[in-house]
Design a protein around this ligand. Structure first.
Ligand code: IPM
Ligand code: MN
Length: 403
C-alpha cells in the first residue's frame, strides 16, 4: 500500500468499551482520549459502545451489566476493551465475584484461550526488584511475552459458571465427591487440563515465537512452565509441549517447574522470550513479572480467541486508589496499542499497523525523554496528565504521518 491508499482507507471498527470498577474507569477514560486522537488525525474510525459493568454496577443495579451486553461483545464488536473488574464485598448470591460475568464470562464464552502478557522494561523506567525507584537495568534484559492459558485449569468451574450466567442459563449442578482422609467442611476446585485446550495455547505460543523471530531477526525460545513433577494435568501439558517442540525443531525450547521458574524469572529475565503457562500459574507469574517492568501500572494484555479479542491491563480495580486520578494509565493505553497491532494483523489493515507503531513509539519516547510519570514510577503526574501527554504526542506524530 502506498501513502495515498493508506490515506483513502476508511474502515470503521466497532469497539466495546467496558470500564468496570474503580480505577478501571479512570484508565479507560485515558484509553478513550487516546483513541479519539487517532480518530481525528488518521484514516481510522471507531464506533465505540461504552457498557457499564462490574461489581460496583452490580451493587447499584443488581445486574453485572445490562442485558444483551454479552451478545453485543460476541456479535457486534471487532474488539473489546476492558478496564478492571472486582469490588470489595460485591459478591453474587452463590459467593462468586460480582462482575465476573464480564471478564470470565467473556474469556470462556468467546474462547479467549490465549492471554498474552508482555513484560518489557522501557528505557527510562525503573524496575521494582529492590522496591525503590533508583535501580535501572538494561531494558534489553527484560523483553518477555508470557502466554497464559485462559479457559480451563483451576479457573475451569468458575469460568463455566460465569459463561452460563452470561448466556442467561442456570449454573450447572455441582458434582459432590468424597475426599478420602479429609473430614468436616471441604471446599475444592477441580483443575482439568485438556489436550485440545493445551494444544491451542501451545500452538499459539510457537506461532508467536516464529512471528517475533521473523520481525526481530533474533531467535525466540518458548519456555513451558508447569508443575509436571507433581500434577497430572501438568504432565499432559508438558507432554503436548514436547510434541510441539518435536515438530517445530527451528524453535529453541526450555522447560521449568513453576516454583523454580519464579526464581529464574526474577534472577535472569534475559533468558526468557516466550513463556507458556497453565491458567493459575500464568495469573500469579504475570503479577510477579510486572515488577521487572516497573509494576502493575505497566502491564498490558490481550485475550485472544479464534474470532474475538479483548484487551485489558493486568492490574485490578485498585479500590484504595479509586477516584483520586493517581494511577498509571499506561497499562491500559498499552492495551490499546496491542489492540491496534492484533486488529491490524487479523484484518490485514496497514493503517492499523502504522497506528500501532505510532502509539508504541509515543509510549516509548514518553519514558525515554523522562516525561512526567505517576507515583508508582516515582513521579507526581496524575492519571489524566499522563493520558494527555501520550495523546498529544500521538497527535503530533499522526499529523506528521497523515496530513
Ligand atoms: C487477571 C485477574 C483476574 C484473574 C480476576 C479479576 C478474575 O486477576 O486478569 O489476572 O484472576 O484472571
Ligand atoms: Mn491476576
Amino acid at each position: 500500500m502506498n501513502d495515498e491508499q493508506v490515506a483513502s482507507h476508511m474502515a470503521t471498527y466497532r469497539l466495546a468499551a467496558l470500564p468496570g470498577d474503580g480505577t478501571g474507569r479512570e484508565v479507560m477514560r485515558e484509553a478513550l482520549r487516546v483513541l479519539s486522537v487517532f480518530e481525528e488525525n488518521s484514516p481510522l474510525s471507531f464506533e465505540i459502545k461504552e457498557i457499564p459493568c462490574g461489581g460496583q454496577y452490580y451493587l447499584e443495579t443488581g445486574e453485572e451489566w445490562p442485558a444483551g451486553s454479552f451478545e453485543y461483545c460476541r456479535d457486534e464488536s471487532d474488539a473489546i476493551l476492558l478496564g478492571a473488574i472486582g469490588w470489595p464485598d460485591a459478591r453474587l448470591p452463590n459467593g462468586d465475584m460480582a462482575g465476573g460475568q464480564t471478564i470470565l464470562g467473556l474469556r470462556s464464552g468467546l474462547e479467549l484461550y490465549a492471554n498474552v502478557r508482555p513484560v518489557r522494561l522501557y528505557p527510562g523506567v525503573t524496575h521494582k526488584v529492590h522496591g525503590i525507584h533508583k535501580q535501572v537495568w538494561d531494558p534489553d534484559l527484560v523483553d518477555i511475552i508470557m502466554i497464559r492459558e485462559n479457559t480451563e485449569g483451576l479457573y475451569h468451574s468458575l469460568l463455566r459458571r460465569m459463561e452460563q450466567r452470561a448466556l442467561g442459563k442456570k449454573d450447572e449442578p455441582i458434582v459432590i465427591e468424597e475426599f478420602p482422609g479429609l473430614d468436616g467442611e471441604v471446599a475444592w476446585d477441580p483443575r482439568p487440563i485438556s489436550r485440545s485446550g493445551s494444544e491451542r495455547v501451545i500452538r499459539f505460543a510457537f506461532d508467536y515465537a516464529k512471528v517475533r523471530q521473523r520481525k526481530s531477526g533474533k531467535p525466540q525460545s518458548v519456555t513451558c512452565v508447569d508443575k509436571s513433577n507433581v500434577t497430572r494435568g501438568c504432565q499432559l501439558f508438558r507432554k503436548i509441549f514436547r510434541e510441539f517442540a518435536e515438530s517445530n525443531q527451528d524453535v529453541p525450547v526450555k522447560e521449568a517447574y513453576i516454583d523454580a521458574f519464579t526464581m529464574w524469572l526474577v534472577r535472569n529475565p534475559e533468558d526468557l522470550d516466550i513463556v507458556v503457562l497453565p491458567n493459575m500459574f500464568g495469573d500469579i507469574a504475570t503479577d510477579l513479572a510486572s515488577v521487572l517492568q516497573g509494576g502493575m501500572g505497566m502491564s498490558a494484555s490481550a485475550n485472544m480467541g479464534p474470532r474475538h479479542m479483548l484487551f485489558e491491563p493486568v492490574h485490578g480495580s485498585a479500590p484504595k486508589h479509586a477516584g483520586k486520578n493517581i494511577v498509571n494509565p499506561i497499562a491500559m493505553i498499552q492495551s490499546v496499542q496491542m489492540m491496534f497491532e492484533a486488529l491490524g494483523f487479523r484484518k490485514k489493515d496497514e493503517t492499523l499497523d502504522i497506528c500501532a507503531e505510532i502509539l508504541q513509539n509515543a509510549i516509548r519516547q514518553h519514558f525515554e525523554e523522562g516525561a512526567p510519570v505517576t507515583y508508582d514510577l516515582g513521579g507526581t503526574a496524575s492519571t489524566s496528565d499522563v493520558g494527555e501527554a501520550i495523546a498529544e504526542r500521538c497527535e503530533r506524530m499522526l499529523k506528521a504521518r497523515f496530513s
